[in-house]
Write a protein that binds this ligand. Structure first.
Ligand code: GDP
Ligand code: MG
Length: 252
């Protein structure tokens, strides 16, 4: 059985940490062995007991003091420092050799996806066995343009990390049923999304090109609060790695 590494990626506050916890609890309930890794040095509170926690080596606060920088500078330094922990992280993974490795990424999405260190981490932990769960923030995704911006971010994460992606609508319990339906349909029906946008926002031709290039992926509604959609995430991961599809084809 191959090990699967799952990165939880999304904008700050989108629910990465709580989804990591919920998915970990769900795997526990199915007796699936796994480990959790917190890569966010700025986390105040981590609701699951992380098997590896970057804060044991450094915190955002430490770095601000040590290098005399503000929070933004410290985030960038922290992102680069993460690479120095790779040997320790790999050691821990090899020691417990779990089926799933859940990685809770730093609060600010761009710190993880834009910086070169994320690529180094993905490579070191095994790109061929990695996937990401990209969280669409429910508040941002409520408006058509907000949804589109999340879609662009999700795709930029694919271009950066080059691993298969599962797109989820996070905290779906905070949205009304009709709202969820509408957002899910936006993710599946580009023409339907087009009807919500001002004509000049993006031409329908561009929309169609995006659709044809696999830019639109169906969203899975999830909730860490009531464990909704976790099985769907699990099934998608199984499909990626055991479905017999060419991973390269799944990614782009
Ligand atoms: N209602 C609801 N709230 C959630 C859910 N997931 C996370 N939250 C809340 O959203 C906030 C941000 O979540 P967090 O996981 O820390 O976001 P992160 O910055 O992406 O790691 C926290 O206050 C959580 O309690 C969810 O599924 N439902
Ligand atoms: Mg977090």
């Amino acid at each position: 059985m191959k090990q699967i590494v799952v990165y939880f990626v999304g904008i700050a506050g989108s629910g990465k940490t709580y989804l990591t916890k919920a998915f970990s609890d769900w795997l526990d309930s199915r007796s699936v062995d796994h480990m959790t890794i917190n890569l966010d040095p700025g986390a105040d509170y981590v609701p699951y007991s992380a098997d590896v926690d970057v804060r044991e080596w450094f915190t955002l606060e430490d770095v601000m003091q040590k290098y005399h920088v503000g929070p933004n500078g410290a985030q960038i330094i922290c992102s680069d420092l993460l690479v120095t922990l790779l040997d320790d992280i790999k050691f821990e993974i090899d020691l417990s050799s779990p089926s799933f490795i859940l990685i809770d990424t730093p609060g600010q999405m761009e710190i993880f996806t834009v910086r070169e260190s994320s690529k180094v981490i993905v490579e070191a932990l095994g790109r061929e066995r990695s996937a990401m769960v990209f969280l669409f923030d429910p508040i941002v995704s409520k408006t058509p343009l907000g949804f589109l911006s999340q879609l662009f971010m999700a795709n930029s994460a694919v271009f950066r990390l080059e691993i298969p992606q599962i797109n989820v609508l996070s905290k779906s319990d905070t949205l009304g049923e009709e709202e969820v339906e509408k957002i899910l349909r936006w993710s599946q029906d580009v023409d339907y999304l087009g009807t919500f946008l001002e004509k000049k926002t993006l031409s329908l031709e561009l929309f169609r090109a995006l659709k044809d290039s696999g830019f639109f992926r169906p969203l899975i509604p999830v909730s860490a609060m009531n464990s909704y959609g976790l099985e769907d995430i699990y099934d998608c991961l199984q499909e990626f790695f055991y479905g017999g599809e060419d991973i390269e084809r799944i990614i782009f």
